[in-house]
Ligand binder design. Structure first.
Ligand code: NAP
Length: 238
């Protein structure tokens, strides 16, 4: 039997990059999937590919910056699957491109990035974590970055949002210490994806991780083999 057979995994931003790699990897392990992104065509293509592996897939066009979209995604998933075993808050936005220096960045851009990268994950987690607590099992993975800890030129808005998401992770983790529900931040490392190339067009793909390899490491968490602490570097998972 596949390792995630009978489980439901919810992944935001599953139409490309790490989210798509995670969707494919979890489907190969037999998990039912609830996936979202804004762009329907690319999302449906991933959903169809995963259905081809024999698993049930719900794909809902969702903007993680929009509270009513999130409510609809969560409600549809809960109705279809009854509950979520693993939620991966993966979708994220860098903000305006080309990346502005903070001196010039409009505050409205920070508002949008915080909505998509912080309020979105908070809202979606709140919508599904009640069921996890009732069953006293479940995992929420918030995808973080080294930019949550380190200042990089041009990444101020994104960094602020990921630092805020890390703060939510730490508090949630502390609040749930007495339960079997875990909330962790995972830094996937620098990957060859559209986001990375948008942030650093000069990057050499050969120096970057393949999202498929990072996804395989994250499966270790999904299977319940969780390291101590609430922040995990994906490269340390083996
Ligand atoms: N790539 C790296 O080197 C790197 C390093 C550290 C951390 N990370 C983190 O890893 C995660 C995945 O990044 P990635 O590199 O795979 O990014 P990516 O290639 O840009 O993919 C992002 C995914 O999220 C979706 N998305 C973006 N904004 C959304 C929104 N508002 N609502 C719903 N879906 C949205 C995108 O689809 P649509 O555009 O169609 O919505 C896409 O499916 C992110 O949390 C990122 O911060 C990446």
């Amino acid at each position: 039997m596949s390792t995630l057979s009978g489980k439901t995994v919810m992944i935001t931003g599953a139409s490309r990059g790490l989210g798509r790699a995670l969707a494919r990897a979890t489907a190969r392990q037999g998990a039912a999937l609830a996936v979202c992104a804004r762009g329907g065509e690319a999302l449906e293509a991933v959903a169809d590919e995963c259905r081809g592996l024999g698993v049930d897939v719900l794909a809902v066009i969702t903007d993680m910056a929009d509270a009513s979209d999130i409510e609809r995604f969560a409600a549809t998933a809960l109705e279809r699957f009854g509950g979520v075993d693993v939620l991966v808050n993966n979708a994220a936005e860098l903000g305006p491109l080309p990346l502005p220096q903070l001196t010039d960045a409009p505050s409205s851009a920070l508002e949008h990035v915080l909505n998509a990268n912080v309020l979105g994950p908070l809202r979606l987690t709140q919508a599904v974590i009640g069921g996890m607590l009732l069953r006293n099992r479940g995992l929420v993975v918030n995808i973080s970055t080294d930019a949550a800890l380190i200042g990089f030129e041009g990444l101020g808005l994104y960094s602020a949002s990921k630092a805020a998401l890390d703060a939510l992770t730490r508090s949630w983790s502390a609040e749930l210490r007495q339960t079997a529900v875990r909330v962790v931040s995972v830094d996937p490392g620098d990957m060859y994806t559209q986001m990375h190339m948008a942030a650093d067009p000069e990057a050499n793909p050969a120096d970057l991780l393949r999202p498929e390899d990072v996804a395989e490491r994250l499966l270790i968490l999904f299977e319940g083999r969780l390291p101590m602490g609430d922040r995990v570097e994906a490269v340390s998972l083996a």
